[in-house]
Design a protein. Structure first.
Length: 157
């Protein structure tokens, strides 16, 4: 795996923190884009996803061809009280999780990134693919957060 891919992963928590910097609780809970989640819901979703990605990474590193379970993001959002959770804590958890997992990734030999697990929907995924998916997932949702900031008239740059 390239150092760039790991670096991108390592700084994901900081990027998310920057993306919501300066937003009030009212801003975080607003739904300025019809039919879309609030920024709060997006951040809590990202936390849940981060926990799943970290688990998958650890399973692939620690065990041989582990099962990697999919999860239903809409059921999580509907049933886990996303609006009652702490956005601040979620961002901290994402950052800390990525820092800890990065320590593992930076210690692994190159051949470890070819290790794989079997995802219940996507099939075989290598460690490299899982880290890349974690990066892509965060970037995908950062675009939605920026879209909401723009709709609120609170773009950062």
């Amino acid at each position: 795996m390239s150092a760039t891919l790991i670096d991108h992963y390592a700084f994901g928590g900081e990027k998310l923190a920057a993306a919501i910097r300066g937003l009030s609780e009212e801003d975080l809970k607003a739904k300025p884009v019809p039919g879309k989640w609030s920024t709060q819901q997006v951040v809590i979703h990202l936390m849940d996803a981060e926990m799943a990605f970290a688990d998958r990474i650890k399973r692939v590193v620690a065990t041989d061809n582990p099962p990697l379970l999919a999860w239903d993001e809409n059921k999580f959002s509907a049933n886990l009280f996303y609006e009652e959770q702490s956005t601040e804590d979620a961002v901290k958890l994402i950052d800390l999780t990525r820092r800890q997992v990065t320590k593992i990734l930076r210690t692994l030999p190159a051949e470890a990134f070819d290790r794989s697990g079997m995802h219940s929907e996507a099939g075989k995924l290598t460690l490299t693919q899982i880290v890349a998916k974690a990066n892509d997932h965060l970037e995908h949702h950062l675009k939605f957060i920026n879209e909401k900031r723009e709709a609120l008239g609170k773009l950062m740059w």
